[in-house]
Design a protein. Structure first.
Length: 143
């Protein structure tokens, strides 16, 4: 099973597709060492901040277990009502990572020996933007 890991570090996000089986059973809010992901991440410390399952339901730190539950919410999680006191029932997955989870969001708590830009050089390139009808090429750097 492959997870899509989204790591955030100082306002920059890094994508990694990994078959990290050790994540199964961990919960939102738990911390783990980077060496479990591989040798490149030695010295790093990560925290799981969220994720989503194969159907797109987000993981919620307030829902126990691995199943999908309908929860009555007052604010956040896609609430667009402008009136006071509006509550909606939303489907959320529990906070424990299972085999149904495909995306895991991770926050870097402690950096290691190698910088993320060295680990992910292909994600650190300049992006070329071509505008049709324009005679010159415009380049934008993603930061």
């Amino acid at each position: 099973m492959a997870f899509k890991l989204n790591m955030s570090d100082n306002g920059k996000a890094w994508r990694l597709e990994s078959g990290a089986e050790f994540l199964v059973g961990l919960s939102v809010g738990e911390k783990f060492e980077g060496k479990e992901l591989g040798n490149d991440y030695e010295g790093y410390e990560f925290e799981i901040t969220g994720g989503s399952d194969i159907s797109g339901f987000p993981l919620s730190k307030d829902v126990e277990g691995i199943g999908i539950r309908k929860v009555l919410l007052a604010k956040g999680w896609g609430m667009r009502a402008k009136r006071e006191g509006v509550r909606l029932r939303k489907s959320l997955r529990g906070k424990t990572i299972s085999d149904k989870v495909v995306q895991v969001n991770i926050k870097v708590l402690k950096s290691g020996k190698k910088a993320m830009s060295e680990i992910f050089p292909e994600q650190n390139k300049a992006v070329e933007v071509k505008v049709e009808g324009a005679e010159e090429k415009v380049e934008a750097v993603v930061q």
